[in-house]
Design a protein around this ligand. Sequence first.
Ligand code: NPG
Length: 384
Amino acid sequence: MKVDQLLPLSVERARLRVVSLPLVSPFTTSFGTQVERRALLVELYSQGLVGLGECAAGIDPGYSSETYRTAIEALRRHILPSILGREAASVAAQAERWGWVRGHLMAKAAVEMALLDLAGQMAGLSLKEILGGVKERIPSGVSIGIQTSLDATLSAIEGYLGQGYQRIKLKCKPGYDIQLAGAVRARFPDTPVMLDANSAYTLADAPRLRELDQFHLMMIEQPLAHDDLIDHAELQSQIETPICLDESVESLADLRAALHLGSGRILNIKLGRVGGMLPSRAIHDSCLAAGWPVWCGGMLETGIGRAANLALASLPGFTLPGDTSASDRYFQEDLLAEPFTLAGDGTLPVPSGPGLGVQVDPRRLDRATVLMEEVAATVPMAGA
Ligand code: NPG
């Protein structure tokens, strides 16, 4: 089913909601520590139905320039007023209406997700069916933040492998890399392991990064600057470990440049980072054609964003386990009536119901809500 064949769609009203869910354990990367997932949700109302979208942006602009607060501003002033009350033939046609807005990709992705949820409910199709996904279950990896000691890292790995996770991703930074990889390889010689630097290195670190080659890692993710492709290409020519790009690819144009330059060999696709599921699919298609394997990244999403990630990961080019872990890896209590649980074989199911295919538990949602706002088609001047 092509998205363009979905029913015409008009959004009658919209609501923004901020939820706060404490994480089961603090999550430390090279750019900071998170103790809660504060997520902006978009609720779109049409014909008695509500479509839900989750914005990936967090509290601080450490990963990208967007935060949930910049997303609120972009949504309430520019993106939502572009579509409210205006019928369009498809989700793609609605998305064209906010095409004039530069940037704010995570904000746009949240609205697109809610529109696809609505369209899927109206047409009786799951997101997987809308996108053209082919898989029913997704092999899951887990991302382990920087721990207080190597021992703590090793026991965290042991715990997750015991649960069935198929791939371990370890956050790293200069000085917390070679010893880390060595200790992990000594204890887990055959486990699929990768490192994620979140842009913590420069090209001057190439000799140090080359030392990692001896550990036969699956890949090293985004070692260099968030907006760089040229140095990544130079680094890739100097190391054997495949480079996986994340932050540096926000669009098809970025991907084209990365493929042209040889800035890596693998891509992490995050639907928030690239502005939605439809742009994600286009990027996936290009990677498939170019022979770059892809996997689905995560940004500590609640069950709502997780459902969309799983649908995306059902596309054929997602051949590597991603950061789509079970709800209990993140939260004591997810927002869903039925949280995502990891099967013994280390997979999560792709939801098969219409739209996102998940049920939010209204009491859990209420408990987690910290802010709520209705968005009108026109923005009042008060408080400008
Ligand atoms: O399992 O959702 C998850 C987290 C995976 O490591 C993960 N995400 O840099 O990819 C990343 C990192 C991240 C988390 C980035 C939160 C931004 C915010």
